[in-house]
Write a protein that binds this ligand. Structure first.
Ligand SMILES: [Zn+2]
Length: 206
């Protein structure tokens, strides 16, 4: 049920007793990753002055602007991060340890207090979207040699871990990055990498 927001008694601009609740299209500028993004959000609840037209935003207004912004650039909603973490049965501390993010950051992301960076968002999507990544991420992080050299798609991984099934990690990540790029550029997806096998879970065709 929607929260009730008390209507301000007076317009802060002209001081008229004429504030009303309304819904309108709001154009807002959102700062994110050192850039300013113009966001147009439709059907936003606002308070508007019947005399001078002054508009006041409140929490629900900002929530809709935030959702529209996240949709525009393709990052997870705060509630999606929380929902997916809970679906995996992980605490914030446990998820933080697995993907090497501070627990405080996870908490802030889930509350919507700060937005995750695009690179952190990609890491979250890989972790939530691919069981292989969840299996391998801890081993990858604890092997100090992992990632020091490029492993090409057609060659065997030099990283040998009996328990983690690491040989599928590199091609799986390649596909994941490609998919994430497609999600972020839904109207102009990247070319699919060569030698791609469409089966799932994927392996690169060799
Ligand atoms: Zn006014």
């Amino acid at each position: 049920m929607a929260k009730q927001n008390p209507i301000p008694s007076r317009c802060p601009s002209c001081l008229a007793n004429a504030m009303q609740q309304a819904r309108t299209t709001v154009t807002s500028v959102v700062k994110y990753e050192s850039a300013k993004h113009t966001v147009v959000a439709e059907n936003c609840p606002v308070f508007v002055c019947g005399d001078c037209g002054e508009q006041l935003y409140y929490s629900e207004t900002f929530e809709i602007i935030d959702r529209q912004f996240r949709s525009n650039i393709g990052i997870l909603l705060a509630e999606e991060i929380k929902k997916n973490r809970n679906a995996l049965g992980l605490t914030q501390v446990e998820l933080a340890a697995k993907i090497r993010i501070s627990p405080e950051s996870i908490s802030r992301w889930e509350k919507g207090h700060i937005r995750q960076s695009r690179s952190s968002d990609l890491l979250l999507r890989l972790f939530f979207g691919l069981p292989d990544v969840r299996t391998c991420v801890h081993a990858a992080a604890s092997d100090f040699n992992f990632g020091r050299e490029v492993v090409h798609a057609s060659s065997e991984s030099s990283w040998d871990s009996e328990s983690m099934g690491i040989s599928i990690l590199a091609p799986t990540l390649a596909r994941s990055v490609w998919q994430a790029e497609c999600i972020n550029q839904s109207n102009a997806p990247s070319p699919k990498p060569a030698n791609f096998d469409d089966s799932w879970p994927c392996r690169l065709a060799i």
